[in-house]
Write a protein of this length. Structure first.
Lengths: 483, 442
């Protein structure tokens, strides 16, 4: 194994949709800092509107798979995916319709490197978010009815602050009885619900333009949000901007976001110091700016705790995180060198991911697919993505991967170039070394090597040998977990 | 039939108690003490979790003079009085949502109970104590926190909050096969015990073939890694193969005549799968099972009337079909179905024809061992009234029953002893009424 290659491949597993041999070699020569700078400059890969007559409704996940396999803007795409699990919109209700989802995802892709306050603003006024969490056409109290509280509550709980007051290292602030302190009260939710009144569709391109103010429906009374007074008589926009600023400035946002970004990119179980370091970059990027996403993501990926496991001998037992189905499938496809037909309007590339339990535009609720606090049944370490690993999904994952390898790798819209693997299969040790480099960074444990060699040797047919080797390594725990 | 089962259970329990003393009594220990030819009678709990917070205020509606106050507060959301399905039985003055004629029929036959105003509580509190912040459950209006608290029965973050009370009941069935606790709604806390490894299955997706060569695939799952998460993924997958293998072979035998509805939420199909698993109990080698089935989504912040009508229709038809299946299996007194939901909704509507998050709610219990009727005092349906904890008077009901009392009543029906109940429901001792009374036990 080459330590430099292992480290480069590991970084790419964390920061892209899956390490590829050529990308790792390139990263080895340019280094992480330059890689990041290049990524920050890349524009977003396009998300096309849903074509007329597209079969099924999952155009967005299909388009995201295509971009994951072909787009150079890997880091931007991964940040957008991370943001979709925090600022969640799902098309499971009548509104938003799934055909609208490219617009929502487009905002995440466009704003991935922007300031978090900008992201909050743009998502708050995104029409799909407005439809999903009811900011759209929410209005001030009438006699006997109060403003809808949905967006107000979920913005605080799931997108910015969380339920419990936090120190910068993510630990809960405790009162004199040793109990956690609430980060916000029901009064805050009610006041924020009144802030979020008086917004409606734009007249032109309503489903792809930010919501516009409808002052007649706006509650112009005085409000207090998180201890900050909002003066009476303000416009919808003034109230919204001021409220978002107050929320953004709350002490929780840094550690709240730090935990989730670390869990998404690096590991499920960060130390408090790691969270603290990233949260402090959120608070101040070094130039006095709060909420600089480029600086925060760079801090997540370059932190010593993120890079410690680049030497497997120095990795900690609690390292890494499970690849959720979207990450797992794209990583397998990228490692295999899969080519995807750019015209995939007839065959759904994300179908296999849905079989594994994750259709990324259709999470079951605003709580996305898993909680940051979900843990393995022994309760010892957080393991969010395991929430998706039901018995059915665990087995389905393997069978989907197997199906990719059949028919000489031709399974539209994907073509896996099986040729090199079949050629290597005439010498089992060569075949093993090839799959080791692609999937386990050249560091496959000896016991695992023996098992896979034994399985390869069980047949003399080179095609079956290639399928067997690829299947066993791609479905192994060591690949399913990014460590 | 029912009477003799009660008698036999009492006999078994009394004998085992005398011999084994108080404390944990695994189910197979009952078998060794019971009559020579009998094994413990099969029993199952089936939870239908109404995800999102069902507006129980429109599921159970007063039909007497209180209807006026109901209609005044609920405004455009009030169910018209001619549409409410009046209930018979010993507690007059209530009716069900118009979408629930099947539940109305079950109730009028004495096979369904309504448990009024139950919610998460650590101990009884008053409105004053609530307003002072004393002893209030953590994160009271948060979906995921309240879902977990209903499923764990722990509302103060204590150690048992990491497991579900259904799973802790399954823990007592030591020695049976791995299929005592089954979720059809993903990895839900309810069926995670402290020792029980729960199984979560997508109904219809019980194929146990990994596709490729299964022997080396399974062999790799046993290889220990330096990484905790790798070992976790491997062991979950190994257990998944075993569980799906058992389920596939057992349920291929369990075809039922009862027709289940094909609602768009998948509830009918989920309950059908539960019935098939129950019918395969001997092949699976289980004497007691706990199930949880989801129904989503009840989070009706907007346009509540149409959405809830469709959901409650699916619930009513699904439960009725499932009860019919238990009759087909001769198990109608051995299987109890019950609802849970993370909270009720604001009695006062919002400005988008919906409701927001609230607290004390009403649940349904169905089965041949249920003592039909409405249990507990209904909340006083006044905004800002004596049962409303909300300083803004939107109608958040202070619960009169806790999840502990609700769950313990069901667990007691399964034959658990008081000490076991106190261990599974750690705050149960804080409440005077240990048994709400809606289950027939000796």
């Amino acid at each position: 194994m080459s330590p430099a290659y292992y480290a480069a491949a590991r970084f790419l597993d964390q920061a892209t949709w899956g390490a590829r041999q050529a990308d790792a070699a390139s990263l080895e020569s340019v280094g992480i800092a330059k890689w990041l700078t290049t990524q920050f400059a890349l524009p977003p890969s396009a998300l096309q509107p849903v074509p007329a007559g597209y079969i099924g409704a999952q155009w967005t996940p299909d388009n995201l798979v295509y971009n994951a396999l072909t787009g150079p803007d890997q880091l931007r795409q991964r940040i957008a995916f991370a943001l979709s699990t925090i600022l969640t919109v799902s098309c499971l209700q009548p509104l938003p319709n799934c055909s609208e989802m490219p617009n929502y995802w487009g905002v995440l892709e466009r704003d991935a490197f922007a300031n978090y306050l900008t992201i909050l603003h743009d998502i708050t006024l995104n029409p799909q978010m407005g439809e999903f969490l009811d900011l759209l056409n929410n209005s001030e109290s009438t006699s006997g009815a109060s403003p809808n509280e949905n967006y107000a509550r979920e913005l605080l709980q799931l997108m910015t602050i969380g339920t419990v007051l936090l120190n910068q290292d993510g630990s809960p602030v405790l009162d004199s009885n040793g109990r956690p302190v609430a980060a916000y009260t029901d009064s805050d939710v009610r006041a924020l619900a009144r802030v979020f009144t008086g917004w409606t569709y734009a007249a032109a391109d309503p489903l792809s333009s930010p919501l516009v103010a409808n002052e007649q429906a706006h509650d112009t009374g005085a409000k207090t949000v998180l201890g900050s007074p909002l003066a009476p008589g303000q416009t919808a926009e003034q109230d919204l901007d001021q409220a978002l600023q107050v929320i953004f400035d709350n002490q929780n946002v840094g550690p709240f976001l730090a935990l989730r970004l670390i869990q998404h990119f690096v590991k499920s179980d960060p130390t408090p110091s790691y969270i603290d370091r990233v949260a402090s970059v959120f608070a101040n990027d070094g130039t006095g700016t709060r909420g600089n996403m480029k600086a925060v993501v760079a801090a997540v990926l370059t932190d010593p705790e993120a890079r410690a496991g680049d030497d497997p001998a120095l990795a900690s037992a609690n390292d890494g995180h499970l690849r959720e189905p979207m990450l797992y499938m794209t990583a397998v496809l990228r490692a295999l060198g899969a080519v995807m037909d750019p015209d995939f309007t007839q065959v759904q590339p994300a179908g296999g991911i849905q079989t594994m339990g994750e259709r990324v535009d259709l999470p079951p609720s605003v709580f996305s697919f898993y909680s940051p606090f979900y843990s393995l049944s022994d309760g010892k370490i957080p393991a969010p993505e395991f929430q998706l690993l039901t018995s059915s999904n665990a087995v389905a994952q393997a069978s989907v991967i197997w199906s990719l390898l059949l028919n000489n790798g031709v399974n539209p819209p994907f073509t896996i170039p099986m040729g090199p693997f079949v050629s290597a299969a005439t010498n089992p040790v060569n075949l093993l070394a090839t799959v080791d480099l692609l999937f386990t960074r050249g560091a496959m444990p000896v016991e695992m090597q023996r098992s896979i060699l034994g399985a390869i040797d069980a047949t003399s047919d080179p095609v079956q040998r290639a399928q067997t080797a690829l299947f066993l390594v791609a479905t192994s725990g060591l690949f399913r977990v990014i460590r | 039939m029912r009477a003799s089962q009660i008698t036999r259970r009492s006999f078994i329990r009394a004998t085992a108690l005398a011999v084994a003393g108080l404390g944990w009594l695994p189910l197979d220990r009952f078998a060794s003490r019971a009559d020579a030819q009998s094994s413990p009678p099969y029993q199952a709990l089936v939870c239908v979790f109404l995800l999102g917070g069902n507006d129980a205020n429109n599921m159970v509606v007063p039909t007497d003079s209180r209807y006026t106050a109901y209609a005044r507060a609920r405004q455009g959301l009030a169910i018209p009085p001619t549409q409410v399905l009046a209930l018979g039985g010993s507690t007059p003055g209530y009716g069900l949502h118009p979408s629930m004629p099947e539940l109305q029929a079950l109730y009028d036959r004495g096979l369904a109970a309504i448990v009024a105003n139950v919610g998460t509580l650590n101990a009884p509190i008053t409105v004053e104590e609530y307003l002072a912040g004393a002893g209030v459950p953590l994160s009271l209006y948060s979906h995921d926190d309240q879902q977990n608290q209903w499923q764990s029965s722990v509302s103060d973050g204590g150690p048992l909050s990491a497991s579900g009370w259904g799973g802790r009941i399954a823990d007592l069935s030591a020695g049976s096969s791995g299929l005592t606790a089954l979720s059809l709604g993903g990895n839900l806390l309810f069926v995670n015990g402290q020792t029980t490894r729960s199984v979560s299955v997508n109904p219809g997706q019980i194929d146990y073939s990994p596709g490729g060569p299964s022997e080396p695939f399974e062999g790799l799952l046993t290889q220990a890694s330096q990484y905790v998460l790798v070992n976790g993924a491997n062991s979950i997958t190994a257990n998944a193969l075993q569980a799906l293998r058992s389920l596939s072979s057992a349920t291929s035998l369990g075809k039922l005549a009862t027709v289940f509805p094909a609602d768009s939420y998948g509830l009918g199909q989920s309950l059908k799968f539960v019935a098939e698993v129950i019918s395969s109990r001997q092949a699976l080698g289980v004497a007691r099972q706990v199930f949880i089935v989801p129904l989503a989504s009840f989070d009706t912040h907007v346009s509540q009337l149409a959405t809830q009508a469709a959901l409650l229709s699916a619930l009513s038809q699904g439960i009725a079909a499932f009860y019919q299946a238990t009759v087909e299996l001769g198990l109608e007194s051995a299987v109890t179905t019950f609802t849970m939901s993370e909270f009720n909704r604001t009695f006062q509507p919002n400005t988008t024809a919906g409701t927001d998050h609230a607290w004390g709610t009403h649940q349904l219990v169905i089965g041949g061992s249920v003592v039909g009727g409405l249990y507990g005092d209904f909340p006083i349906l006044e905004l800002g009234g004596p049962t409303d904890v909300d300083p803004d008077a939107r109608g958040l009901w202070l619960p009169q029953f806790s999840v502990d009392q609700y769950g313990a009543t069901l667990a007691r029906w399964l034959g658990l002893q008081q000490t076991q109940l106190n261990q599974i429901f750690p705050h149960l001792a804080n409440f005077a009424q240990q048994d709400i009374g809606f289950m027939a036990t000796s």
